[in-house]
Design a protein around this ligand. Structure first.
Ligand code: PMV
Length: 326
């Protein structure tokens, strides 16, 4: 018998970076999943196998890689932390065999580590007969996210756990919003790895140098996200697309876009997207294009021709789920 849990990836629809300065951001769960299966074993070893090119065993503080060399430690350690945090909560001392199958690209701003932590916690709970509440899953997966991101806001675990669309504001937490319309998106992955922390720092430096110029942009982004929330609720995707384009311009102005992202945004719009913007920290990673259903293939092809990896995706309303497989 084993327990399996799956949790969705996320994209930021509006407000990244500006959220650091107190403005709201909109985050959405997408149909791209991390799946984790868990089984006990009769020693104290936590063995993690993954389709990410890394696997290995943790015995106490010692890590022994099977695949991926010592680099495997950095990727697998958050999974170990998430599983042991869940075991501690359950007051269980078992070893575990954990198998990861993830469709979410790593270090691309799509919340891969958050989804993996959430699915791990839920699967460990399920294996020992406990359905953790959503709140508990968010809290128990926090430590793993701190290992990966240093000081995360917690938004990635929240969206992977709850699904749907969430508005996030610093110090106010999350507000789920109901959006009836489908939100068909093409994600364009540049394949360029970047560090969220470095980009957040670069924005701070720019703001310190030009406060009278950057502060009004932050305020404008806040107005934009507030308008975007209303527009999403009303289902006006054409207007939402226009707001995405302005949002990309603001992100460009604060210096977090790059040539590849700008190019993908332009080719997507030329191919019929209603709007496009970088998503997440920028400087590489991914962009998103809002696509009329009939234009999805054309936009995906345009991004591919420009050198990116397109991922056709949509909003999912369900967050983490877990089940037992006999
Ligand atoms: O690329 P991601 O998903 O790590 O996006 C980070 C979002 C920022 O607003 C740039 C930073 C933050 O902590 O909110």
């Amino acid at each position: 018998m084993k327990a399996i849990a799956s949790a969705p990836a996320k994209i930021i629809l509006a407000g990244e970076h500006f959220v650091v300065y107190g403005e709201p951001a909109i985050v959405m769960a997408i149909d791209c999943y991390a799946k984790v299966s868990v089984k006990d074993r009769n020693d104290n070893v936590i063995h993690i196998a993954s389709n990410l090119g890394f696997s290995g065993s943790f015995k106490g503080n010692r890590f022994q890689p099977d695949h991926g060399g010592l680099g495997a430690h950095k990727i697998l350690e958050p999974i170990r932390i998430a599983s042991q945090t869940a075991l501690k909560e359950l007051k269980e001392e078992s070893g575990l065999n954990i198998v990861i199958k993830s469709e979410i690209p790593v270090a691309a701003g799509l919340g891969s580590s958050g989804a993996l932590a959430v699915a791990t916690v839920a699967a460990v709970g399920k294996f020992f007969g406990v359905n953790f509440t959503k709140e508990k899953i968010v809290n128990l997966s926090f430590e793993a996210e701190r290992f990966v991101h240093g000081k995360p806001s917690g938004i990635d675990q929240a969206i992977s756990t709850n699904g749907g669309i969430i508005v996030y504001k610093k110090n106010q937490g999350i507000t789920p919003i109901k959006v009836k319309k489908k939100i068909p998106l093409i994600i364009g992955n540049t394949g360029e790895l970047r560090s969220t922390g470095d980009l957040v720092k670069a924005v701070k430096i720019k703001r310190d140098r030009f406060p009278k110029i950057i502060d009004p942009l932050i305020k404008t982004a806040g107005h934009l996200t507030t308008k975007a929330i209303k527009t999403l609720k009303s289902g006006d995707l054409t207007k939402f697309g226009e707001l995405m384009n302005i949002n990309h311009g603001l992100l460009s102005a604060i210096g977090v876009s790059n040539k590849t992202l700008d190019n993908f945004v332009h080719v997507a719009i030329e191919a019929g997207a209603l709007g496009a913007k970088l998503t997440g920290a920028g400087g590489g990673g991914c962009m998103i294009a809002l696509s009329p259903l009939k234009k999805r293939k054309k936009i995906a092809k345009a991004i591919k021709n420009a050198g990116g990896t397109p991922i056709i995706s949509s909003k999912v309303d369900e967050g983490v789920k877990s089940w037992i497989q006999k």
